[in-house]
Design a protein around this ligand. Structure first.
Ligand code: ARG
Length: 554
């Protein structure tokens, strides 16, 4: 709509116009768009008032109903009826493909997301990565990319030597079977505590990891078991969230794929010794990237290098993104620079998509000290609360437990996704579960309400738009913006744009429905049903892009 208006203005403007010059006035009575003429006064040697009058008098376009010159502004009023008619036809016809494009040209984008560490609890940080990454995948798919979701499980590294050692000294099978992650975490914490007074434990841990790397069968069997049990626990969370992955190739998968990378670094003369360790020197001001420790053990960065190359070979991505917390920024800058120095120019297509911390009482949550909130409990609590709400407000509802899942989980997802991902967020279960205000359940309710209205009217085959009132117009303008919101969210890898959009649309719809007698006005019913159906299409699609469900009844 904005583009059309700009074009129309261009034909009568004495000066070339740019999109940013066209404003959207805060008050509807000042029109839908306004062009301030002050910037042109100097060049044209005319008063802005005169320029505005000339433009207003000469503009003529089927989408513009009226142009008014007011104090140096051209205020434009759109032809609401024509716009509503075309837009609603389009949305009803395109349905869920409204806003879809093929901008991405089927290019593959690998998305590294979730990536929890085995034998440790699934943290709130992993939750952020999972839900932000999943929504980014859906957004990219919507604009024509082929996302590949990779869950890069943290299942390798010296810490597993420590865990094996701890289990052998203090652990027992029954406890692990009964509560795998809780037990393994306790063992890990105990290891660190006891190693403070008994440093020989650290040597034992190192030796155990070495054995694991070399394929010792006892070590491998234990490690495998820890991994299987951990993945079972993670899977329960993914099932609740409704998230799936295309690959679970984690760090261990790269155990035998690091040596070729180290060789390549060597042959290209990039590896240098530093305090017995092997490193790659980087640009000024950057700490060197550690590739091998003095005992020969590989590191997190070594595995990420192997993984990045493997992903390029496997998927030939146009873009490779990593949805990982802010605190790993340095790591990804280093990995990217090392790949660049190796001569892989596709390293420019690698992008770290960072997000903020989840704080508790203003501080970072820490697993080491054992002060963690178990995510599964948070999700279950949210679902129970939703269940309770249904029992009170809609006791005869069908599929109650399905709806409670959708609403409970949706509340958690939305409270995260509505914030810009770079913000730190304070963990607060109560505010996460709130239904009033700018929340996921609020959007879901608006959609369900729209569906319940539609159930009361018969299907519309055709409609006429006689007149569009202000409430309807607010809703229609938002519906028109959906494709732009999708594009912006996908381009900026920012789901919060869609979350905020969904809130705006839900609010506009609620205020329309609260102020207009829809069901009793027979003459306008077909048009208004078309409008309400369009709202359900766009709200459901917005929720889907956030990874949420959109129940038709709640
Ligand atoms: N497992 C890591 C952690 O929990 C995150 C891995 C992120 N992905 C990567 N390719 N490094 O901190």
């Amino acid at each position: 709509m904005k583009k059309d208006i700009l074009q129309a203005l261009q034909t009568v403007s004495p000066i070339p116009l740019e999109e940013h010059m066209l404003e959207r006035p805060a008050h509807a009575k000042l029109g839908d768009f306004a062009l301030p003429c002050f910037p042109f006064a100097k060049v044209l040697r005319k008063s802005p008032v005169a320029i505005a009058e000339e433009i207003a008098a000469s503009i003529n376009h089927p989408l513009i109903q009226k142009a008014e010159a007011v104090n140096g502004y051209v205020n434009l009023f759109m032809n609401r009826e024509v716009i509503a008619d075309t837009l609603l036809q389009t949305i009803l016809q395109q349905s869920t493909t409204y806003g879809t494009s093929n901008e991405g040209n089927d290019g593959v984008v690998t998305i590294d997301l979730s990536s929890p560490n085995i034998a440790k609890p699934f943290s709130m940080g992993h939750l952020r990565s999972t839900v932000i990454g999943n929504s980014i995948a859906l957004l990219l798919e919507k604009i024509g990319y082929k996302p590949v979701k990779i869950n890069y499980i943290g299942d390798w590294g010296t810490q597993f030597g420590k865990l094996l050692t701890a289990y052998r000294i203090w652990g027992n099978e029954a406890d692990v079977r009964q509560a795998p992650i809780e037990t393994l975490l306790k063992l890990y914490i105990r290891f660190h505590k006891e190693a403070e007074t008994d440093p020989s434990l650290n040597d034992e841990g190192r030796a155990a990891f070495k054995a694991l790397e070399d394929g010792d069968s006892d070590a491998l069997a234990l490690w495998n078991w820890f991994k299987t049990e951990s993945l079972k626990e993670f899977q329960r969370i993914y099932d609740l969230l409704g998230v799936t992955f295309d690959s679970y190739n984690g760090e261990a998968y790269y155990n035998d794929k690091m040596e070729p990378v180290v060789e390549e670094l060597l042959s290209k003369g990039l590896l240098v010794e530093s305090d017995g360790a092997m490193v790659v020197e980087l640009q000024e001001g950057m700490p060197p990237c550690l590739i091998k420790k003095s005992d020969g053990a590989t590191l997190y960065a070594t595995r990420d290098l192997a993984a990045a190359i493997d992903r390029k070979n496997n998927y030939d991505f146009v873009k490779s993104i990593y949805v990982v917390g802010n605190e790993q920024s340095l790591h990804f800058t280093q990995v990217k620079q090392v790949l660049g120095k190796m001569g892989h120019n596709w390293s420019n297509d690698i992008q770290h998509v960072p997000f903020g911390l989840i704080l508790q009482g203003g501080k970072k949550m820490s697993t080491r000290k054992g002060k963690i909130v178990l995510l599964e409990n948070v999700l279950k609590e949210a679902i129970e609360l939703a269940q309770k709400n249904i029992k009170e407000k809609n006791p005869t509802l069908a599929n109650q437990s399905e709806v409670a899942d959708a609403v409970g989980v949706g509340a958690i997802l939305f409270s995260d996704l509505k914030q810009h991902r770079k913000h730190d967020i304070e963990f607060n279960l109560e505010s996460m579960l709130q239904v009033e205000g700018e929340t996921g359940p609020y959007v879901q309710y608006a959609n369900a309400r729209a569906h319940s209205i539609l159930r009361k009217v018969s299907d519309v085959d055709s409609f006429n738009v006689n007149e569009v009132n202000d409430y309807e117009w607010e809703t229609i303008k938002l519906l028109e913006q959906f494709p732009h919101a999708v594009k912006r969210a996908a381009d900026e890898l920012d789901p919060s744009i869609i979350a905020k959009y969904a809130i705006d649309l839900a609010q506009a719809f609620n205020s329309f429905y609260g102020n207009v007698q829809v069901l009793t006005d027979q003459a306008n019913l077909p048009y208004r049903s078309a409008l309400i159906e369009s709202v359900t299409i766009v709200l459901s699609e917005s929720l889907r892009l956030l990874g949420m469900k959109a129940p038709e009844e709640m």
